[in-house]
Design a protein around this ligand. Structure first.
Ligand SMILES: Cc1ncc(COP(=O)(O)O)c(C=O)c1O
Length: 432
């Protein structure tokens, strides 16, 4: 074990983070190597800075004019586009993202949270959490309807076991009791939980009442001695279309709920700010027992994983996003307009589905938010998917041959009813 890792482990000793670290997480640290030394030189080396492998001239990185000239003159200094980003991301962007998070989740106000660390998209954040906090012998609890990448990351990459619970109750609400039962069945009284609201693939977010019950159930289990790491995947955060839906992240409910709960928020500009290809995500840590010193240690372990995988996250994307967030004339209005459009599509879709009520070939799972809705299929979802593609040139997603997901976020309002009719018609044909 490297001495710097031992030092970080000492700082974290006895905390809920310590209880969750994997072997990789325990070994991880941020070396005082090139990146740390050049960051130090950035502060003090005013005469010559000969630290970083970046070709510079007159204090700015060299660049291809064919790229630079595509930006409005003087909008960005070359360093804002072509230089490496600081480890952990642009400091201003991290601060802005945190301020926005608190604004959207008012109960975070005044709570001690880590500074969000920039990741190369939300998937990268989840992958790093898997490496730092999960390995063979650990259990990750997810709903039976969840993003398929969770399995690839946690089961196939780091060899953790996956335990599932039914997402919905028989009445179509969020199944708090099912989650509790699954958690209670884990023998070593320790679990990682990964929940995503609005959910992919079903487009469900718990109601305010369900969210409160979920938070209090997890806190009760923690009170009884169970150690929990609860990761909130907030990829589609903000796309809430019904009055009773919980609008604060589960992270906000758990950030200081109990010493035995390690709350982690993984979110991203990807969908929230509609920059899918930019690859900008964030990890934020919190926990009742955690102090600034613990966050610093966690930061260093996370920076170590970044350094040893992608080394550095996308710089131009961060600069563009920061500029939009800081003084963009349309930043809020454009986001609001997209949300309004998604809600319009949502309402048209709900209406279109009414026509097919009682048709037991395809049963829509309850949905109230996000980009998607999904059907429970009576026959093979893969057969239906193929039939829709071949006969009608309609593309949708089959999940485990029992679920068909429609990404209505990418279908114009005036086409949604036609899409729904085609899906039902195709189901009738495909399973005859
Ligand atoms: C639930 C969920 N989490 C994470 C992601 C990945 O986001 P990113 O593109 O930022 O890696 C997606 C994208 O499809 C998703 O559906």
């Amino acid at each position: 074990m490297h001495a710097l890792a031992t030092e970080l482990n000492e700082t974290l000793r006895g905390t809920i983070v310590d209880a969750m670290l994997s072997d990789v997480g325990r070994r991880m640290f941020f070396p005082k190597g090139i990146v740390a030394q050049s960051a130090e030189a950035g502060q003090k080396a005013t005469r010559f800075n000969a630290t970083i492998g970046m070709a510079t001239s007159k204090g700015q990185p060299m660049y291809l004019t064919d790229i630079y000239n595509q930006f409005t003159p003087n909008a960005f200094k070359p360093s804002e586009l072509f230089a490496y980003a600081p480890g952990g991301g642009d400091q201003q962007l991290r601060t802005k993202w945190k301020e926005q998070m608190v604004r959207k989740n008012p109960s975070l106000e005044g709570k001690l949270l880590s500074q969000p660390i920039v990741t190369s998209g939300l998937t990268h954040g989840l992958s790093m959490l898997a490496q730092l906090f999960a390995q063979e012998g650990d259990t990750l609890v997810i709903p039976d309807l969840a993003w398929d990448n969770y399995e690839l990351i946690f089961a196939h990459q780091v060899n953790a076991s996956i335990a599932t619970f039914r997402l919905y109750t028989d009445e179509g609400g969020f199944n708090v009791a099912g989650l509790e039962e699954t958690l209670r069945s884990i023998p070593d009284r320790k679990a990682r939980i990964l929940l995503n609201f609005p959910n992919n693939p079903t487009g469900y977010t718990p109601s305010k009442v369900e969210m409160a019950s979920l938070a209090s159930t997890l806190t009760k289990l923690a009170e009884e001695g169970m150690q929990l790491m609860v990761i909130s995947d907030d990829a589609y955060y903000g796309l809430f279309f019904e009055e009773e839906t919980a609008t604060e992240s589960l992270f906000a409910h758990l950030c200081d709920a109990h010493e035995n709960i390690f709350a982690v928020k993984c979110d991203a500009a990807t969908k929230e700010d509609m920059v899918w290809g930019f690859r900008i995500g964030f990890i934020t840590y919190a926990g009742k027992s955690l102090t600034k010193a613990h966050f610093e240690a966690l930061d260093k372990k996370t920076l170590g994983i970044i350094r040893s995988t992608v080394s550095n996250c996308d710089k131009p994307g961060q600069s563009l996003l920061l500029k939009a967030m800081t003084n963009g004339a349309h930043y809020e209005a454009d986001k609001e307009a997209a949300t309004v459009e998604m809600e319009k599509r949502y309402r048209i879709l709900k209406e279109a589905l009414k026509k097919h009520e009682g048709n037991d070939l395809l049963l829509p799972h309850p949905f109230n938010s996000g980009y998607f809705m999904a059907f429970k299929t009576k026959g093979s979802a893969e057969t239906l998917r193929r039939h829709l593609l071949d006969a009608y040139q309609v593309g949708c997603i089959n999940i485990a041959d029992v679920t068909l997901r429609l990404a209505y976020c990418s279908v114009e309002c005036d086409k949604i009813a036609e899409l729904v009719d085609l899906v039902y018609q195709a189901a009738g044909e495909a399973w005859n």
